[in-house]
Ligand binder design. Structure first.
Ligand SMILES: NC(=O)c1ccc[n+]([C@@H]2O[C@H](COP(=O)([O-])OP(=O)(O)OC[C@H]3O[C@@H](n4cnc5c(N)ncnc54)[C@H](OP(=O)(O)O)[C@@H]3O)[C@@H](O)[C@H]2O)c1
Length: 306
């Protein structure tokens, strides 16, 4: 058995990873959560350095995956101290504790470390984040590298996958407005048609992480920075059109061709995934297939944002 600590197992990506590892008996998973601890998770506030050290000492994982973060750009903009505590300081504490035990740390980062002006971005392209979220995640990447020589950063773009509420992903968060526009007397939903995103399915990312863990377990540890991305470019407007098709809704959508977000966002941060592809790692489920799986498992009931 290979012991893996999944930090942030209650989140969108963490759940997909725990689910992926549960398919094989070789993995012994220790899962942590914060405000949503379940029967099989350890409650851990990663801002509490002493609790983090005790957790890592007690559990002695061979690898630790950090999927806990503050990932909402607007929250990071308004609460930079929280963003720093979770996205920078906690990464340093976790990685240092793991290093002391000789464990490999995989920390998740974002395409928002780039400014989006010159895609595609390689792992060694110059980062230039436009907002507080991107800045905190870039600092988190650096904190990981400083804290351990046995670590790896995996940068990812916009994620979607099995959800427990619509707001969990910036993809599914469009559903209530799409459905509202299709209702009787519904208002036209205006959707951003400026920023180009590469929606990436969390079960595919979970497979990537499992394959990276397998390499570490057989002594072929991946270090440094790697990237993984879906390969279908889409604006939010285009995502909304596909969601409406999948939901069979006669939605009234209008593209907005200039950025309207309060928080500055990059135009196109396409991440090159060549390093992992060259290792034979990865899978890309087509968006239309994956989103139908997500919607089938969490049906739109109409009216309520459960
Ligand atoms: N979602 C995206 O589109 C996206 C895109 C690119 C990169 N990423 C990166 O991917 C990673 C996973 O993101 P996600 O979307 O899965 O995030 P998420 O759904 O928001 O989950 C966040 C996780 O962090 C945990 N957490 C929050 N505060 C904590 C604390 N004080 N102590 C311990 N755990 C805490 C949450 O636990 P509770 O829920 O139990 O409170 C939850 O498990 C993050 O590094 C994010 O930056 C995400």
């Amino acid at each position: 058995m290979f012991k893996v600590a999944v930090i942030g197992a209650s989140g969108l990506l963490g759940r997909a990873l725990v689910n992926e590892l549960a398919q094989q008996t070789r993995w012994h998973v220790v899962a942590t959560a914060f405000s949503r601890p379940g029967p099989d998770t350890v409650a851990l506030d990663i801002r509490d350095a002493q609790a983090v050290d005790q957790f890592v000492e007690r559990e002695a994982p061979q690898a630790l995956v950090i999927a806990a973060a503050e990932r909402r750009p607007d929250v990071c903009e308004h609460d930079p101290a929280l963003a720093r505590a979770l996205n920078v300081d906690a990464v340093r504490t976790l990685a240092a504790a793991a290093r002391r035990r000789g464990a490999w740390t995989l920390s998740i980062s974002t395409d928002y470390v780039f400014d989006g002006a010159h895609p595609p971005y390689r792992h060694d392209s110059a980062p230039a984040p436009l907002n507080a979220y991107g800045r905190s995640k870039l600092e988190g990447e650096r904190a990981l590298t400083e804290a351990t020589d046995l670590g790896c950063v995996l940068r990812l773009p916009l994620l979607y996958g099995p959800i427990v509420n619509w707001a969990e992903s910036a993809v599914t968060s469009l559903v209530p407005a799409i459905a509202g526009s299709a209702s009787l007397n519904g208002k036209t939903a205006v959707m951003d048609a400026w920023a180009i995103r590469y929606p990436t399915f969390t079960p595919d990312v979970a497979l990537v992480i499992r394959q990276m863990l397998e390499r570490h377990a057989r002594g072929e540890t991946i270090r440094g920075i790697v990237q993984w991305s879906g390969d279908e470019p889409m604006t939010k407007y285009e995502i909304a059109v596909r969601l409406a098709e999948a939901l069979r809704l006669d939605a009234h959508l209008r593209p907005q061709s200039t950025p309207a977000d309060a928080t500055p966002r990059p135009h196109n941060c396409h991440l090159a995934s060549r390093q992992l592809e060259a290792l034979g790692i990865g899978r890309r489920t087509p968006f239309d297939t994956a989103i139908r799986q997500v919607l089938a498992a969490f049906p739109w009931q109409g009216g309520t944002d459960a």
